[in-house]
Design a protein around this ligand. Structure first.
Ligand code: ATR
Length: 272
């Protein structure tokens, strides 16, 4: 069988964990294949995507800043990617056509369920942030049956805009957080706050019930300030690493034909 090639494209790209993840699975499943990180600037996106197809790549992941810009270059876009408004996985079909998918919502919900027995999508949920990551999270929660998702964002207009796109959601300003947290069962941070090099996420968790699940999709650092505070007061927590690892699984399956698992060795490699 010929060697299958896949990649992740973005700008910058050297910090991407995706090569570690996919190469771990290629080795584990003894698949003849490769997965590399390729830096592609916005100006070169169209020409470089064409070059990847011509070079025989079976697909690639797409990361910042191309998740939206890649959409017009697709021949087909799957429903979930269309709804989320972002493509993070491209499959090159045997006839050379390109199919855009989004596996972030899958990664989010599978990770949440694997890490928590108490998660119940029917209870009130607060989502912090209204950007691209929030859209994938809200899409996943709604698909899972959530009916009360409170989107809280610094820029209220963006929270309202996102809420208008999905039923069972509402948009709120940051100042209302203390009130909104009172009966919340799941709090998810989708903003970049708390990430290494970014400002801290400074919120008062006191109104939040101690039984509420707290999930940060930021994974660098693994234990963000939010998760440390939540764990310190006894809330169950979920780190962002699992979402990163689980979103990679359906992409690997689409390109290499095997649905891989998230194992302890992979976790160790990604955290090293
Ligand atoms: P992504 O695709 O990763 O979600 P994004 O679309 O740029 O990135 O969204 C970033 C999110 O983090 C937004 O909700 C943003 O709030 P605004 O819509 O008000 O910009 C939020 N965010 C980033 N920096 C922030 C800060 N210093 N304070 C509050 N929210 C912040």
């Amino acid at each position: 069988m010929s060697m299958k090639k896949a990649a992740v494209i973005g700008w910058p790209i050297r910090h991407s964990k995706s090569p570690i993840i996919h190469n771990h699975w290629l080795e584990k499943h003894r698949i003849q294949g490769s997965y590399e990180a390729i830096a592609i600037s916005s100006e070169d996106l169209k020409a470089q995507v064409r070059a990847l197809v011509e070079a025989g790549y079976c697909g690639f992941n797409v990361t910042a800043p191309h998740k939206q810009a890649i959409i017009p270059l697709m021949d087909f876009v799957r429903a979930e990617a269309e709804r989320i408004g972002a493509v993070n996985t491209v499959v090159v079909n045997p006839d050379g056509t390109l199919e855009g998918r989004n596996t972030d919502s899958f990664g989010f919900i599978i990770n949440l369920k694997e890490n928590s027995k108490i998660f119940d999508s029917k209870k009130p949920i607060v989502v912090l942030g209204a950007g691209g990551a929030a859209r994938a999270v809200v899409y996943a929660l709604q698909k899972d049956g959530a009916t009360d998702i409170r989107i809280v964002n610094r820029t209220l207009a963006r929270a309202k805009e996102l809420a208008a796109m999905f039923g069972g959601t509402s948009g709120h300003p940051w100042e209302l957080l203390p009130d909104l947290l009172k009966d919340t069962a799941l709090l998810v941070n989708t903003t970049s706050l708390g990430m290494t090099g970014q400002p801290a996420l400074d919120i008062d968790l006191n109104p939040l019930p101690k039984t509420a699940l707290v999930h940060d999709i930021v994974y660098h650092p693994l234990k963000t300030g939010l998760l440390q505070t939540a764990a310190g007061r006894g809330n169950p927590i979920v780190t962002g690493l699992g979402m990163l690892l689980h979103q990679a699984r359906p992409a690997f399956q689409a390109w290499f034909g095997v649905m891989p698992d998230v194992d302890a060795d992979l976790m160790k490699k990604v955290l090293a």
